[in-house]
Design a protein around this ligand. Structure first.
Ligand code: MCA
Ligand code: AMP
Length: 512
């Protein structure tokens, strides 16, 4: 038989020889739960057998919106094992958002929390989904009820490197959310590179406190630990005090910058708490130099900042060794096997140190956007480099610095918010003439969403009412932290709203 490129099969090869050791220990369940490697093997086999029993077409999408739990992790692995396509959804998404993703991806299976079954199953059945299961934080729900009757062994489905493994929805550089199709080959190549580059070992302990519906917590963190066959201390949510308490048992931690800012706000977070730590990794949003320096001063550790995207997994990383080579404010050189270049508006590569558009190439770069061939074509150059929408420079030693974005994107606490989506919701409200949404610096979230709104003549609008309405419609992290009602929006001679002016006006809105 040909070699199996199924990511699960490759991760499974890395499980330790002794399957009775602990793979995952939960840190914030009512009492700690210890899952051995044998439990992961058995649990994923039973769930994969359940998926097989549904006789789904090959590479069906399995959409999942559940709270973080070890069973949710097993579900991810089981979807890979059965050869289907994992589609993770942020738990903050509300009905209209889920309706779009489910309508677009047409999943054969949807798994949701029991508390949301009523409305999610309605959306799913309308979209043609045949199977909706529930999975709750306390290990109850129909998914596990049904899987309990399945055999405990399973042969991983045979997959090629170019077969799809996951779809991650992202807005890319413009427009409506697009499903980035990541292949088994994309994920395997990145996981292998990072395992070596970051020096993962079987005696590492990863403290996992990120959500598992995005690249950072799902792929970068989990694949690293599984590839190394090392233990994870598993938090269902990030809480700085509790994380500080368990940190002395850990060697690796990954976070978005907000997590580092919040750890620094915890008085007990100090050198002693970090005494066994080997590596702190930051990404998903820019890490302020101030946080990088404060962290070094407090703990003696230098955060390693890296850069990636949903479409490409990880692209660049600051050096692992020596620690002193890590440079704050940069995201480091391209990872082995990854090409990163900076080009001018005309598409020509610019000299070292000059600012331009960041473009990338490599085995980690996605296959394209789900059922959007034209959008896919738009985002690749004629020589097949992917246009990231990030703006930056590369110095003589290959270090990449991101200086901004050509895409209209706000990154708040590591979550992406697309102004156009929020503006569309606000513009639909009665009494609103128009609106503009921008990001403003925020001491906790890095950037926060600000909406500037113009009322129709004779209408009095209140910011609080706009916020209250938005909270019913969209994920809470997208809801503006500030709404300002103004007589009109600043425009240039072409009539285009001058968002730069609005950003300048709100630069100090959230000053600590
Ligand atoms: C929560 N809130 C937020 C955010 N999170 N507001 C803006 N931005 C946010 N990120 C708001 C809620 O709406 C709520 O407001 C209030 O804060 C408290 O909510 P809660 O759920 O209690 O917040 P939290 O648990 O403290 O969450 C904050 C957090 C979380 C831990 C920083 O946002 C988080 O886990 N972020 C990580 C995101 C991540 O994993 N990104 C990776 C993307 P109200 O009370 O008004 O309702 S992967 C990626 O980008 C690429 C590929 C890469 O390079 O990694
Ligand atoms: P996503 O669409 O969630 O995959 O987010 C990808 C975007 O996050 C990138 O295009 C960057 O704009 C941003 N990003 C990720 N890592 C970093 C970083 N270390 N510094 C600055 N921006 C980052």
């Amino acid at each position: 038989m040909n070699k199996n490129h199924n990511l699960f099969a490759i991760l499974r090869e890395a499980f330790p020889a002794d399957l009775q050791t602990t793979a995952v220990e939960t840190a914030d369940t009512p009492s700690p739960l210890f899952y051995t490697w044998a439990d992961l093997e058995r649990g994923t086999a039973m769930m994969a057998n359940l998926l097989d029993s549904l006789a789904l077409p090959p590479m069906s999408r399995v959409a999942v919106q559940t709270e973080k739990s070890v069973e949710a992790l097993m579900l991810y692995l089981a979807v890979l094992r059965a050869g289907h396509v994992f589609l993770p959804l942020n738990t903050a998404y509300q009905a209209a958002e889920i309706e779009y993703f489910v309508g677009n991806a047409e999943p054969a299976v949807v798994v949701c929390s029991g508390k949301n079954f009523g409305w999610i199953s309605k959306i799913a059945f309308v979209a043609g989904t045949r199977h909706v299961f529930t999975l709750n934080e306390d290990r109850s729900g129909t998914l596990l009820d049904r899987a309990a009757f399945q055999p405990t062994t399973h042969q991983a489905a045979q997959r090629n490197a170019e077969d799809m493994a996951a779809i991650l929805y992202t807005s890319g550089t413009t427009g409506r959310s697009k499903g980035a199709m990541l292949t088994h080959g994309n994920l395997v190549s990145n996981a292998r590179v990072l395992k070596d580059f970051w020096g993962w070992q079987s005696n590492d302990v990863l403290l996992h406190a990120l959500p598992i519906f995005h690249v950072h917590g799902l792929f970068v963190a989990i694949h690293g630990a599984l590839m190394a066959g090392c233990k994870m201390i598993w938090f269902s949510r990030f809480e700085p005090k509790a994380v500080t308490t368990r940190l002395p048992e850990a060697t690796v931690f990954m976070g978005v910058p907000t997590l580092y800012v919040r750890l620094l706000g915890e008085p007990r977070f100090d050198q002693a708490a970090c005494r066994n730590m080997r590596l702190f990794i930051s990404g998903s949003a820019p890490l302020l130099l101030e946080t990088f320096n404060d962290f070094q001063a407090r703990t003696g550790h230098t955060i390693l900042e890296r850069y990636g995207m949903s479409e490409t997994v990880m692209l660049t990383s600051n050096p692992y060794r020596p620690e002193s080579a890590r440079r704050g404010g940069t995201v480091g050189p391209a990872l082995p096997g990854v090409g990163v270049r900076v080009t001018s508006e005309k598409g020509a590569p610019v000299p070292a140190g000059e600012i331009g558009n960041i473009e990338v190439k490599g085995p980690n770069v996605f296959k394209g956007y789900w059922r959007m061939p034209e959008k896919t074509a738009d985002e690749f150059t004629s020589d097949l480099w992917f246009k990231t929408g990030d703006v930056g420079k590369i110095d003589d030693s290959g270090f990449v610095t991101i200086v901004g974005r050509s895409k209209d994107l706000i990154i708040s606490g590591g979550y992406n918010v697309y102004p156009a989506e929020i503006e569309a919701c606000i513009n639909d409200m009665p009494g609103v003439a128009e609106s503009a949404v921008v990001g403003a610096p925020h001491p906790d979230f890095g950037e926060a969403v600000v909406a500037v709104v113009v009322a129709k003549p004779g209408v009095v609008l209140k910011g609080a009412d706009i916020v209250a309405t938005l909270k019913q419609q969209i994920a809470n992290f997208k809801v503006p932290k500030l709404v300002q009602v103004v007589p009109d929006l600043p425009r240039n001679a072409m009539g285009k709203v001058q968002k730069n002016l609005l950003r300048d006006q709100h630069r100090s809105a959230f000053k600590a």
